[in-house]
Design a protein around this ligand. Structure first.
Ligand code: AMP
Length: 375
């Protein structure tokens, strides 16, 4: 089976690494001009040259089915591919997930709670929404935002005009600022036959909108909270007739409740712990799902923490002296804010795990101090 992947970054690289044991081959379609997967075959599609049919056709000829690792693609491109080859998950999932307004409307329709929000199309409407919702609020561009880009926190309605200018987008979503206890995510996978498996939820620590640490399972998570999250993501998977891995990022509030932030129609950084920490990784399960194979066990082998390596790399030889540490490098050059690698650390107890996480953070030049809600 030759699997076509839309996007050619580290997520695609890790999909391929999980697929080689299943005798899969990979062809990546890159639309950014900067592919970094580093393995498989990469075809570059120039989106400015309408239509770049030659490269698209070369890609389609090679692949048996298509999936993606990057959702900021024109929906019309995914729909055109869908006419020729099976695409999992479908273009409908990508259409919804690349637009925060569509995403929130879907959450509303399925009864999945979210922070209170408004949609605005002018600086004046942004100011009015900030007053109505009560500051602080977070303004986000409806499309094209990721890793905290295209966002601004407004602490007083008078800041709305500056925020509007800084985001430079014609349509924004404005959300009440959630006083969360922690940020969490739920990852689930749905097979072609509708079978669903859920990973244990992860607690995620971000800095400047970029994920730094994910820990799973959480030592203090009530079963009922996991079941609530499972119910939310199942509703999304079934509604979208989704095939593959889906991620839902949530805020957990003081009363234990969950508010949905956003979803990603793909394998996710907060699921990288599963490569070493789960019986079946998110990458392998995504590949199993899209090929119509049975899903693998999603349970955790041991408490696991994923430490992102951002901007500058530490010494691999030092990191690898830590017990049960697994370094996954993406073969990229160093640049501030760039995801270069991650380290998965495992330990028999959460206390022992936190010690290893601190030791690992001390070896990474730009790592913030790890700080989990249950410490
Ligand atoms: P996003 O791109 O929507 O995931 O936002 C990036 C980060 O900004 C999140 O991981 C949160 O840390 C923070 N954030 C986003 N929306 C809110 C909100 N409504 N309330 C509080 N923090 C938020």
């Amino acid at each position: 089976m030759n699997i076509g992947v839309l996007g050619a970054g580290q997520l695609g690289r890790m999909l391929a690494l999980a697929g080689y044991p299943l005798a899969n081959r990979f062809t990546f379609l890159d639309t950014t001009g900067h592919p970094s997967a580093g393995i498989g075959e990469v075809i570059i599609l120039n989106l400015d040259e309408e239509p770049d049919r030659r490269h698209l056709e070369a890609f389609l000829e090679k692949v048996d089915l298509v999936t993606y690792e990057f959702e900021h693609l024109p929906v019309s491109l995914v729909q055109a591919i869908e006419e020729v080859k099976p695409v999992y998950p479908s273009s409908e999932a990508i259409r919804v997930c690349q637009n925060r307004a569509e995403e929130k409307a879907l959450f509303d329709r399925l009864g999945i709670p979210t922070p209170a929000y408004r949609l605005v199309e002018s600086a004046e409407a942004l100011e009015a929404a900030a007053r109505e919702l009560g500051c602080p609020v977070v303004a986000k561009s409806v499309t094209e935002g990721y890793d905290g880009k295209g966002q601004a926190v407004i602490r007083d309605p008078s800041e709305a005009a500056d925020a509007w200018r800084s985001i430079k987008h014609p349509r924004l979503i404005v959300e009440a600022f959630v006083d969360f206890v922690r940020e969490v995510s739920i990852i689930a996978v749905r097979g072609r036959d509708g079978q669903v498996a859920f990973y244990p939820m992860a607690e995620n620590q971000h800095l400047d909108g970029i994920l730094r640490y994910s820990i799973a399972p959480m030592p203090d998570l009530d079963d009922s909270v996991q079941q609530t999250a499972d119910g939310y993501i199942r509703a999304l998977l079934d509604e979208l007739d989704y095939v593959g891995v889906l991620t839902l990022e949530l805020f957990q509030t003081r009363d234990g409740g969950l508010l949905a932030n956003e979803m990603a129609p793909r394998v996710h950084n907060s699921g990288h712990w599963s490569i070493d920490g789960a019986v079946t990784s998110q990458f392998e399960n995504h590949l199993r799902a899209i090929q119509g194979l049975p899903l693998g066990d999603t349970s955790a082998r041991m408490p696991t923490c994923m430490v992102n390596v951002i901007g500058r790399e530490g010494e691999a030889a030092e990191i690898l002296t830590l017990p049960d540490a697994h370094l996954h490098r993406y073969d990229k050059s160093e640049r501030p804010g760039r995801k270069l690698a991650h380290v998965n650390l495992l330990a028999p107890t959460h206390d022992a795990l936190l010690e290893r996480v601190r030791a690992c953070a001390a070896l990474l030049p730009d790592a913030p101090a790890p700080c989990f809600s249950f410490e």
